[in-house]
Write a protein that binds this ligand. Structure first.
Ligand SMILES: Cc1cc2nc3c(=O)[nH]c(=O)nc-3n(C[C@H](O)[C@H](O)[C@H](O)COP(=O)(O)OP(=O)(O)OC[C@H]3O[C@@H](n4cnc5c(N)ncnc54)[C@H](O)[C@@H]3O)c2cc1C
Length: 349
């Protein structure tokens, strides 16, 4: 049971947006709590821990796993209160104007401001619609690539046409013995450069096609082949495979927004409609990362940091209207002075 203690800011979601918000709100000397529904922090990056990420400023390259470790280390700098395995089910406001955040566990958290950083909600991959497919999830039907080792020297088919599907197909060409990509449409929705690389690679592409059957081995425990149906010709072919990867995106979970009595304005029903300052339609409630949307919003990790800065600065101003609304840098905070002295000594030795 959580004690009734009022926090300056409560961040919901422990992905990159929430973790960076946690760091920056500590830097701005706010009493901070972070709540995450999963047992571990890191958010969606857990889907791709071995992927090399090249598009975060100044970090070239970094694996997803390393990025998670560094984000967590940074988020803990100011000793925020962290709750993992704590799914938030509703956000309300009481008569004192404080936010009342209810969790599935029965815990109630109180806060002057809230930063919603829940990404697409609880992560839930779009599953393949073939009866009985779930029995292969323990063997060779995959919805993510956590470790490349599993795919070493294997024949792999990837279903999907977005950035993630094409990314994985390209990365596996170096690891797998053979890579197939199947997509139900003709035109892929991945980035131009990825498509060019794909079409010049050894990957065997089957467009206008979809997997219609998973053919089991004699023991019925593993998929030994897939049936691919071409929508244009009506022909079906069988491809022997060792591993099947389904990359059809993630279902958006909007349960938290639906359950909350606050009239949080939304875009396409599942994004929080925000401003460039990460403000929502509810005073004191801000959004950061993939859950936020506005005209200038970019759904990438680098952009989650920008959203977090705005969300935290806006929360600070909400609590303390005379606070500076400009960027505060780390050298403005005493906690780093001692650490910097130590680091400088090391550099000068
Ligand atoms: C396969 C793949 C590869 C990608 N590659 C890149 C890349 O190379 N570069 C890049 O910039 N971006 C990449 N992205 C996108 C990037 O991962 C996201 O933009 C980023 O993770 C968004 O961060 P976030 O903190 O907003 O949300 P998330 O990372 O989704 O984190 C949200 C967190 O909130 C938690 N949560 C949700 N609901 C609740 C609740 N009710 N209560 C408590 N907690 C809750 C979730 O469990 C989750 O931990 C990739 C995405 C995928 C799927």
């Amino acid at each position: 049971m959580v004690e009734k203690e009022l926090f300056d800011v409560t961040i919901i979601g422990g992905g990159p947006a929430g973790l960076y918000s946690s760091f920056y709100s500590g830097l701005r000397e706010m009493k901070t709590k972070l709540i995450e529904s999963q047992p571990q922090l890191g958010g969606k990056i857990h889907v791709y821990p071995e992927k090399m990420i090249w598009d975060i400023g100044g970090l070239t390259p970094i694996t997803g796993g390393q990025l998670i470790d560094q984000l967590i280390e940074q988020a803990l700098t100011f000793n925020p209160s962290i709750y993992t395995d704590e799914k938030v089910t509703s956000i309300a406001k009481n008569e004192e104007g404080h936010f009342v955040i209810t969790a599935e566990s029965g815990n109630i958290h109180y806060s002057k401001t809230v930063i919603v950083a829940i990404g697409g909600g609880i992560l839930n991959p779009q599953k393949i619609e073939i009866e009985g497919a779930e029995r292969f999830e323990v063997s060779n039907l995959n919805y993510t690539i956590k470790s490349y080792e599993k795919f070493k020297d294997k024949a792999v088919i990837i279903s999907g046409g977005g950035n993630t599907a094409v990314d994985w197909a390209l990365e596996l060409t170096e690891i797998a013995s053979k890579v197939y990509l199947t997509y139900r449409k003709e035109a892929l929705s991945a980035h131009e450069a990825q498509i060019t690389e794909l079409l010049n690679s050894t990957i065997e592409c089957h467009f206008n096609s979809e997997i219609t059957k998973l053919i089991a081995d004699d023991q019925e425990g593993m998929i030994k082949a897939v049936a691919l149906m071409n929508h244009e010709t009506g022909n079906t072919i069988e491809i022997p495979v060792d591993e099947v990867v389904i990359s059809h995106g993630y279902l958006r979970d909007k349960e938290l927004l639906d359950n909350s009595p606050l009239a949080i304005e939304r875009i396409r029903d599942y994004f929080i409609a925000g401003t460039v300052h990460s403000a929502s339609s509810i005073p004191g409630l801000y959004a950061a990362g993939d859950i936020l949307h506005h005209e200038g919003k970019i759904h990438l990790i680098a952009a989650t940091f920008h959203d977090a800065l705005h969300a935290v600065n806006s929360a600070k101003k909400y609590i303390q209207p005379d606070a500076s609304d400009g960027g505060i840098v780390s050298s403005h905070n005493d906690i780093f002075k001692q650490r910097n002295r130590k680091l400088l000594k090391g550099i000068l030795q």
